[in-house]
Design a protein around this ligand. Structure first.
Ligand SMILES: *Cc1c(COP(=O)(O)O)cnc(C)c1O
Length: 377
């Protein structure tokens, strides 16, 4: 990759000096991990930012997701099926499978790519279903009201994979407040990063109590273990990076907004090109810029557009492709047969996310639009 290449994403960083100041106290305390002062400070900063009662930090989003599933006791009553979406990152599906549970894939909506509540409702009638794990994909908030209704009616737990949705809110309600728990990722490629990191958020203090044991091998006050926990702790250096990046998050999101609006303006009206702008009443985070290319109407396939962009030095991403239900490790598994989620399949084959990061210039975003417009022979 030469220096002219435009990557699909680029990690946000504070200034070097800001980070160095943030980690300086660690040289005095020699306290590098296990809930030190930066960890506490970061947890409180997230609580304030999201306006949520309970935040439990983790080493990464995936460990947070597996721990939330375990902490809420999904499957313990014998109901081992979990309704979820195949249009997501591998982590969502892997977390369910690695907990010894069985994903049941529901189809998504074409307008915002989140789970279709009508499809969830049908699958929720199966008495073996015990939970729903929806994804606020690209930062688009799921139909939380409908999902809540279905969950209440059938006695299901809901864990939102909110890895894409940090900072998003609906009206005055933070995305972290929906369901039994919401899981965030602070991976380097996400809107908000702590290098690696994640969190489980919610309003249930007893859940966070349990998660704090789970992420530290299950070790209790007596030095004994009541549960067989894991090591899911976030260290002080990642916490310090999170503290710094959180200070700048709002301005980073504003810069992303400018790029997203540039794409919208310059791709608007192209036949066969569908963009999704934030729903009214939501405060978006502009995490990704997905564009759906209808190969028949646009006259070119998604893969052709990808190649044309690459030749122009622009790295777009087939995100998400393949569907998680079609990942190699799941081939031949029952319940993972293709064709169950036709909309998700179609979207997965025709969607491309364009470069979007705070430092991308409007000029480059316009150039990307021009390449796409001119790609049509
Ligand atoms: C990034 C991501 C995760 C996993 O987060 P990590 O912090 O990378 O472990 C889970 N779900 C989705 C949808 C993601 O995009």
């Amino acid at each position: 990759m030469n220096s002219e290449t435009i990557p699909v994403t680029r990690s946000s960083l504070p200034s070097f000096d800001e980070y160095i100041e943030e980690i300086r106290p660690l040289w005095d305390s020699r306290w590098l991990t296990n809930a030190g002062c930066k960890h506490k400070e970061f947890e409180n900063a997230i609580k304030r930012y999201l306006g949520v009662e309970s935040v439990t930090l983790f080493v990464n989003g995936h460990a947070a997701l597996e721990s939330a599933i375990e902490g809420l006791g999904i499957g313990e009553d014998g109901r081992r099926k979990v309704i979820t979406t195949p249009f997501t990152f591998a982590s969502t599906t892997h977390a369910i499978v690695r907990r010894g549970l069985e994903p049941v894939f529901a189809d998504i909506k074409l307008d915002d790519y989140t789970l279709d509540p009508l499809e969830i409702a049908k699958l929720a009638e199966d008495p073996q279903v015990g939970a729903i794990v929806p994804v606020h994909v690209y930062g688009n908030i799921c139909d939380v009201a409908s999902i809540d209704k279905i969950a209440k009616k059938n006695g299901l737990k809901v864990i939102y994979d909110a890895a894409h949705a940090f900072g998003v809110s609906v009206g005055n309600t933070s995305v972290a407040e929906f369901g039994d728990a919401s899981v965030f990722s602070f991976h380097a490629t996400k809107v908000f990063n702590s290098i690696e990191g994640g969190a489980v958020c919610g309003s249930d203090e007893s859940l966070s109590h349990k998660l704090n044991y789970l992420k530290n091998f299950g070790i209790n006050e007596d030095g004994d273990c009541d549960i067989a926990g894991m090591n899911g702790k976030m260290n002080e250096f990642c916490s310090a990076m999170g503290i710094c990046n959180l200070r700048h998050l709002d301005s980073e999101i504003e810069k992303r907004r400018a790029i997203a609006y540039t794409y919208c303006e310059y791709l608007d009206g192209l036949p066969g090109v569908k963009m999704s702008m934030p729903r009214r009443g939501t405060k978006p985070n502009f995490a990704y810029f997905p564009v759906l290319f209808d190969p028949v109407v646009f006259g070119m396939s998604r893969d052709d557009v990808f190649d044309v962009l690459l030749k122009a030095g622009v790295v777009a991403r087939r995100y998400f492709y393949p569907l998680t239900s079609n990942l190699k490790c799941y081939h031949g598994r029952s319940g993972f047969e293709q064709g169950r989620t036709p909309i998700a399949s179609w979207v997965s084959e025709n969607i491309l996310t364009l470069p979007l990061f705070a430092d991308l210039s409007v000029k480059d975003a316009r150039m990307i639009c021009r390449v796409i417009r001119e790609s049509k022979a």
